[in-house]
Design a protein around this ligand. Sequence first.
Ligand code: TPP
Length: 625
Amino acid sequence: MGNLLERIELPEGIRRLSEQQLEQLAEEIRALIIHTVSVNGGHLAPSLGTVELTLALYRVFHFPTDKLIWDVGHQAYTHKILSGRRESFATLRKKGGITGFPKRAESAYDAFGVGHASTSISAALGMAVARDLKRETHQVIAVIGDGALTGGEAFEALNHAGDLHRDMLVILNDNEMSIDKNVGGMSMYLSELRIAPQYHRAKRDMENLIKSIPGIGGKVLRTANSIKDGVKTALTPGGLFEEIGFQYIGPIDGHNLRQLQEVLVRVRELKGPILLHVHTKKGCGYEPAEQYPEKFHGIGRFDEETGEVIRKTESVPAAYTDVFSKALLDCAEKYKNLTAITAAMPSGTGLKAFQKAFPKRCFDVGIAEEHAMTLAAGMAAEGMRPVVALYSTFAQRAYDQILHDVCLQRLPVTLCLDRAGLVGEDGPTHHGVFDLSYLRHMPHMSLLAPKDENELRQMLFAVLEQDGPAAIRYPRGAGIGVPVEEEQQRIPWGKAELLREGTDVMLLAAGSMVHPSLESAALLEQAGISAGVVNMRFVKPLDEAVLLQAADRKLVVTCEENALAGGFGAAVAEFYADHGMPVPMLRFGIPDAFIEQGTRKELLELCGLLPEQIAERVRKAWGNL
Ligand SMILES: Cc1ncc(C[n+]2csc(CCOP(=O)(O)OP(=O)(O)O)c2C)c(N)n1
């Protein structure tokens, strides 16, 4: 039959395909996605689950005039392939290539940029309102997963959409999984809906039967319906959504192309907010991903034949996440009041071992970072020592809860921020480069950044000995390969560590920039400049004595993997300004821009953060002093 993907003009060409050809196209798309992700890494299992759904949507609707809004966007690879990016799909997640998530600047078909969860219904409602105000008539469709539906914003939007009653379609892509197994009451409710079709059919049969009774059928049915209304939520499939103001349809099989198209054609004609419940299988069509959907949710390079992950080298140092995971377990033995909280990321944040060992003290709250923080605050108010493990980028969601519920009440909540700094191929939606800026100005907050994996372990010990809120931020991936010491070492609170003496320049470095700074200092030495290096350890409280001493040098240099605006270097500059000290400074960090995707090394280079780049800029500045 030949390769359809290469032959047809996308997306219009798919309308002319027979049903059989459409099935073939689905298989070709699957093969392309599997192959590309095996080479580039990416979100495989979610995207394999939406191949048929996306094809059916493209057959029935007219994008980009109709608006298609994906939630999180990690399941949108078929959408990318169908909307003019088949050839560039090979560059997925590479620097300068196409992104792993919908992005407005990339294509007119990407109606809304995403990466963080639970935004699609809000955005779709906004677009439906705009359409109506502009007197346009196109369709607006949000596709949201059952995991993303655990996020508060999704509920807020459903609530509002039910009230505004605009024409919009919300497709619930229910694969029973978040990244890990989905959690919570909504998830249980959806399971019940999945087994409800028998009830649905029985109800319809009964209604038809009653209606057919000559003379009294209609009246009996009206009475029956009014009784039913009272218990509708309990008995009617989708009753919860219907109560909010949505018309609920489903569940339907999300891999049955014919049925999907038939239902979408009918749904297209309906008015008001519609919720179409589609049941899909994560990883569908690729055996290893079907079997291990968590592992294949987001994955690096792997062998297409076997599904085995390709490791770069055999003996990589322990990952920061793993060191945190073990340290937390050890702390839990010591502190019986320690609890751990994750927002739908028990694997990603390293809480799986804790969950297994202390199931009663571990809480997966779903994709609900705001709730995670206030839940922790509540626990802390009652004498617990909650540790909240989040990715730096997702903790942004909980700004007010950290400020208002934790810091204002000076509650001893420990925030462990994984993936702080540049994360690489996931790009700007996922870089954790703002946490120092959004946490530093919070009164009572302590902010720590370890220079290596051993220091991460030691910092967790140190934080738990203190009272009050604290955050530890550490990078994605492997540590630098130092031995991790079991025993607690002393980390003096608020004290920096002088790692290298230098009489001309002092490099003050935070966390992941400490070792690159040591390399820079060695390069500067070769250029005849004596450069010292300080591992700051604490971005707050700052070790002021060290800052005062550093001011004796002719140049003070700050290095951080955080936005320069409001970050560590800004704190040092503020300190000197506030003390009336005109200290010549150079600041290294993330510029005032959203940093694109690429390997970590490529992005560090883009930001001028490689050791040789730092050394070169310092050398030039030194020459101009
Ligand atoms: C605010 C936020 N928190 C956490 C994440 C990490 N995350 C990405 S996908 C995902 C699970 C999404 O599950 P679901 O919506 O069901 O989609 P599926 O992967 O099952 O297709 C999570 C927790 C995120 N993207 N955004």
